[in-house]
Design a protein. Structure first.
Length: 265
């Protein structure tokens, strides 16, 4: 029960294949009280149906491209939970046409949209939710409060070239840099900021990457563990980073990819 007595919000649950949904299940199994968000009314019924199945009581709309909706989310969370112990940011988007062909053909509009939703939204959420996440006395001797945690999801394409990942890879690179800068900014308030870099998993967002199935096929052949990773493996690592077991870890990218990232060829 690594998250017993802790409260958190998870953004990015879309359906039962979502990594965010696996994290939500694992967090509940470890005792957390959760709030889930949905991007718009199209996703509301599906998110609430999933959340209800694990005892989630709080659901809020939030389009992360809107500062007004992020501010409303902060107010909603304040009213429902008071203060929170963790934030999970599992949100990313790029137009399908930007995830195929040559990267230099990326449109200006597509670039801005991908960066806004996939990277800047983490910064905007941290700014809005900081008052509910920050703790006092973290650096003192004795009587310290537990740290709080911000977690986001990234992928190897933010550090290396992955065919067809294109503008999303650049957005993930910006996201990982943001993790480091946010960790430096927020650490004095007892807020840790980390990322999990998951191996390829068949999710709604992954389906938009052209020829994604070839990435899944390569993993069992080339990864040291000779396997693809599962949502549950990513979720377990995420619960660790959200918990006080990881209280000394911030600004890091933890790879959960069966070791694939260490291979040269």
């Amino acid at each position: 029960m690594l998250l017993s007595g802790r409260k958190g919000v998870i953004l990015g649950v879309a359906n039962k294949r979502s990594i965010a949904w696996a994290i939500a299940r694992a967090a509940r199994e470890h005792g957390a009280e959760l709030a889930l968000t949905y991007a718009n009314d199209r996703f509301k019924e599906g998110v609430t149906e999933l959340g209800d199945s694990i005892g989630v009581k709080h659901y809020f709309p939030c389009d992360v491209a809107s500062d007004a909706e992020i501010a409303r989310l902060a107010a909603d969370l304040k009213g429902a939970l008071g203060r929170i112990d963790f934030l999970v940011h599992a949100v990313a988007f790029a137009k399908k046409e930007e995830l195929a062909g040559a990267f230099h053909e990326t449109s200006r509009e597509g670039y801005h949209l991908t960066q806004d939703i996939s990277s800047f939204s983490l910064i905007a959420l941290c700014r809005a939710l900081k008052p509910m996440l920050e703790r006092q006395g973290i650096g003192g001797s004795g009587g310290e409060e537990r740290t709080t945690s911000v977690l986001t999801l990234t992928y190897l394409g933010g550090q290396r070239v992955v065919p067809n990942y294109n503008v999303m890879g650049v957005a993930k690179a910006a996201l990982e840099a943001s993790v480091r800068y946010l960790a430096a900014d927020l650490g004095a308030s007892g807020i840790r900021v980390n990322a999990v870099s998951a191996g390829p998993i068949k999710t709604l967002s992954a389906a938009g990457v052209n020829n994604f199935s070839s990435l899944l096929d390569q993993m069992p052949e080339r990864a040291p563990l000779r396997k693809n990773v599962t949502q549950e493996e990513v979720a377990d690592a995420s619960v660790f980073l959200l918990s006080e077991m990881a209280r000394g870890i911030t600004g890091e990218v933890l790879f959960v990819d069966a070791g694939f990232h260490v291979m040269g060829v």
